[in-house]
Design a binder for this molecule. Structure first.
Ligand code: MF3
Ligand code: CO
Length: 256
């Protein structure tokens, strides 16, 4: 069952998502060679609580931390540790917060110091795929119109989408119906309706699409060891016109 949200509920979800966006920006600024992924997690937790919000991932299915930090060939759900970032790494930062009983969820991938042009292109294409997906999140379309837009952009750039993990409805639960895959034919799945709130989250591998889970039971990595990028926004489908991006980061560079 897809739970539609009232405008008042969407306003609360916007608050949760705004906390996530602000804190992601603080964490993003702290990313630099030498910082450990655990230190990034500590910053995230402190900044979330300072805003009166609750870390959404900590304790979710026994996940131990506030932030997911996925380095290089790690796709998603990397667990913060003593590992230090180094120049040339790329790092996915995925964060959720709860405000007034509602969740917000967003992710970005950033470079640590200088990285090569082709690595920057992977990051850029993944972010573009997210915004192309969001463009499809309008009344009259179906879920797979989002999926198709993401897949088309990613594959025409020569990369592959991860199929084992999907975007999702979000509300009083982190994961609600419907699932939002990053692949598929257009015109399939539930019709988009005003009041649907979705977390759209393309995961893009430079090489093959296959992933596996490490022995820590969380960290997803590419099987071929190729780099992977991940972006996510929480968005609300509007009665008319484009979806509202609830986790919009004021400093985020809209991509072209
Ligand atoms: N953004 C991810 C998701 O929507 C984060 C979940 S991490 C978890 O699934 F630890 F909370 F599972
Ligand atoms: Co999510």
């Amino acid at each position: 069952m897809i739970i539609l949200k009232t405008p008042a509920e969407i306003e609360i979800m916007a608050q949760a998502s705004r906390v996530v966006a602000e804190v992601l920006q603080v964490v993003e600024r702290a990313v630099s060679p030498g910082i450990s992924t655990e230190e990034l997690d500590q910053i995230a937790e402190k900044e979330i609580r300072a805003r009166g919000a609750i870390p959404a991932f900590k304790g979710y299915r026994n996940y131990p931390k506030t932030l997911c930090v996925s380095v290089n060939e790690q796709v998603v759900h990397g667990i913060p540790s003593k590992r230090k970032l180094k120049e040339g790494d790329i790092v996915g930062l995925d964060l959720g917060a709860i405000v007034g009983g509602f969740y917000g969820d967003s992710a970005v991938t950033v470079a640590v110091g200088r990285v090569s042009e082709d690595v920057l292109r992977l990051i850029k294409v993944t972010e573009q795929a997210l915004y192309l997906g969001i463009e499809q999140a309008v009344v009259g379309n179906r879920i797979s119109d989002i999926s198709h837009a993401v897949q088309r952009h990613v594959e025409s750039a020569g990369y592959s989408v991860v199929t084992e993990f999907v975007g999702h409805g979000i509300g009083r639960q982190l994961h609600e119906e419907p699932q939002v895959p990053n692949y598929g034919k257009p015109g399939q799945g539930p019709r988009l309706q005003s009041g649907m709130v979705l977390a759209i989250e393309p995961m893009v591998n430079m090489g093959g699409s296959a992933v596996r889970i490490l022995d820590d039971r969380w960290t997803a990595v590419t099987v071929d060891g190729s780099l992977s990028a991940h972006f996510e926004h929480t968005i609300a489908v509007q009665p008319n016109g484009p979806a509202k991006i609830l986790s919009w980061r004021p400093e985020a560079v809209a991509c072209s």
